[in-house]
Design a protein around this ligand. Structure first.
Ligand code: ATP
Ligand code: MG
Length: 547
């Protein structure tokens, strides 16, 4: 998407809030009149009431100028409030849309994004865009209005002095362009280093135990120091440029001022101009370069905002969404499952299954056997509808899963993965997934599942960290079992559910398999031969069915 298109789309976003946008625009325009107007009025006051020593008129003018300043303050306050509100409203809406989008993306398209990217889009990019919307666009518009009005007034006051002021413009433009480019480049470097520092720290925290065990802290520490120093130096460069930028602009202004003063004095001497006009011009001189400086500065933020907007729009326009809607069988579960001529590979040239056909009946326990990496978990992902097969289909309850309402499909499947997902919240929230389920129902489910003796000491209010690190591996699996049992699933998928569980608990869980299979299909992946004695049928993916 080109920059122009992004800008147009941003403008369209702004106009979505018509009332706020128009109010902001009116206030910005109004406020840009005040500054240039003031020197113009000073000129009149100096040339007339002051020179004529008309005290009452001077007092009146004083009151008028005072009122004008007050009015300006009120307009500026209104401008800030409306532009901020406008930006907030739009960025909140965008953030919400992005969040919705991220949740709806299909698993393969989520896998394509590095994990940090989706996070950055929804949080950081919307933040950047917000300040672009709130400040940059309207500030640039305001400064342009002000500059136009200023130039018009200057020519009105004194065309010759106005011409001299304009002569210094190229010098000011060149200076501000040079520095803003340098500053932009150095800022890019600053951002790169901060991103590296972020990434590095994140990596370190994730593998803290490993690094401590290996005793490599010293090397890590020195790498951190190096990055930190590079970050500091890059920032110092930015500050260095800023420190040169402002004085340089000051010098350009002074050159202009000197030219105006010299010419102005001559004009007064020859009677072609007035003292009021000269004083007005010394003020205009100061005002004249301000917009250039501000616009140069804002163009940097605008570019950053455009980059953020570009990324946000790209994600919002991303086509691969989980389809909503679909059908469900007319009868309630249990449902048989038929896999017909299924072929699939994450990349088509590396097939994991080709023409796999299977049939699973409710009430039965199936042991799925295959060596590591052969595609057991993949088969379950296909059953859950996370990926689409290249050929063939999976039919649940007489309906191919491509036609199923995916939400409902996943509701009737209890998938207990190798590494259960535990999120930050209370134990209760981890079990109920925020549905209103009474505590008695939770405990009854644990009892039925046979895990009650292991969990009865736990408080449902216990806070759980993300990843469930305050629980043991086995306890996490018990939580996943418990959570799944609450849905009354039609298909149980147990993907090595006892990998971290002691033999006694394992035996207990296996003794409950028959109970789980009462009204459902149970698919069990387990490497230990004892587990297989509980199965009605063993399916060897490696020999018979797979590629
Ligand atoms: P394990 O017993 O170790 O759990 P598995 O039989 O469950 O193994 P899968 O996880 O289904 O094996 O993986 C099958 C193959 O597909 C492996 O070679 C794996 O590297 C590959 N694979 C798994 N997930 C993806 C993915 N998201 N993208 C690309 N390839 C993948
Ligand atoms: Mg697996």
């Amino acid at each position: 998407m080109s920059e122009r298109k992004v800008l147009l789309r941003l403008l369209r976003l702004l106009t979505e809030e018509k009332g706020l946008f128009l109010t902001a625009l009116v206030l910005v325009t109004l406020s840009s009149f005040f500054q240039p107007l003031r020197p113009y009025l000073y000129r009149y006051v100096i040339d007339h009431p002051l020179q004529e020593k008309n005290i009452p008129a001077l007092l009146e003018w004083g009151a008028l100028l005072f009122a004008l300043t007050g009015l300006h303050a009120i307009v500026m306050r209104g401008q800030t409030l409306t532009t901020q509100k406008l930006a907030w409203t739009i960025s909140q809406r965008l953030r919400y849309k992005l969040f919705e989008k991220v949740l709806r993306l299909t698993i393969p398209s989520i896998e394509k994004y590095p994990s940090g990217i989706l996070y950055t889009r929804t949080l950081t990019d919307t933040q950047t865009l917000q300040s672009t919307l709130a400040e940059t666009l309207l500030v640039i518009a305001g400064e342009l209005f002000q500059l136009t009005f200023l130039v018009l007034l200057m020519f009105f006051v004194d065309p010759l002095l106005a011409g001299i002021t304009l002569l210094t413009m190229p010098l000011g433009l060149l200076t501000s362009r040079y520095f803003s480019q340098k500053i932009r480049q150095s800022f890019t470097r600053v951002r790169t280093y901060i991103a590296r520092l972020n990434g590095y720290l994140q990596e370190l925290l994730h593998s803290r135990e490993l690094t401590e065990a290996l005793g490599v802290e010293k090397n890590l520490w020195s790498r951190f120091l190096r990055l930190n120093r590079a970050y500091y130096l890059s920032y110092r460069r930015v500050i260095g440029f800023f420190a040169l930028f402002f004085p340089s602009m000051e010098i350009v202004t002074l050159i202009g001022l000197a030219a105006v003063l010299l010419t102005g004095s001559y004009l007064i001497y020859t009677g072609q101009s007035t003292l009021g006009a000269l004083i007005a011009f010394t003020l205009y001189q100061q005002l004249f370069f301000r917009p250039f400086r501000i616009i140069a500065d804002q163009v940097n933020s605008l570019q950053m905002g455009i980059v953020s907007a570009q990324r946000i729009f790209r994600l919002l326009d991303h086509p691969q969404e989980e389809p909503t809607g679909g059908v469900t069988p007319s009868t309630p579960p249990p449902y048989p499952v038929a896999i017909r001529q299924l072929s699939f590979g994450y990349t088509p040239e590396k097939p994991i299954f080709s023409h796999l056909s299977l049939h699973w009946e409710p009430g039965k326990i199936y042991g799925i056997l295959a060596p590591t990496g052969r595609g057991k978990s993949t088969l379950f992902y296909l059953l859950l509808g996370y990926y689409e097969p290249q050929e063939g289909e999976i039919i649940v309850g007489g309906i191919p899963i491509s036609k199923w309402d995916k939400k409902r499909l996943r509701e009737i499947i209890a998938y207990i993965p190798q590494e259960p997902l535990i999120f930050e919240g209370t134990l209760r929230e981890n079990l109920t997934l925020y549905r209103p389920i009474a505590d008695e129902v939770l405990w009854a489910a644990a009892e039925k599942l046979g895990i009650y003796p292991h969990v009865k000491e736990w408080s449902l209010d216990r806070m759980v960290t993300a990843g469930g690190t305050t629980f043991s591996g086995g306890e996490r699996q018990l939580i996943a079992f418990w959570r799944a049992a609450l849905r009354n699933p039609a298909i149980w998928i147990l993907d090595e559910p006892t990998a971290h569980i002691d033999p006694d608990t394992e035996k207990l869980l296996y003794s409950r398999l028959r109970f789980l299979a009462q009204n459902a299909i149970v698919l069990l992946v387990a490497h230990r031969p004892e587990a297989h004695t509980h199965c009605d049928e063993l399916i060897h993916l490696s020999h018979t069915h797979a590629a």
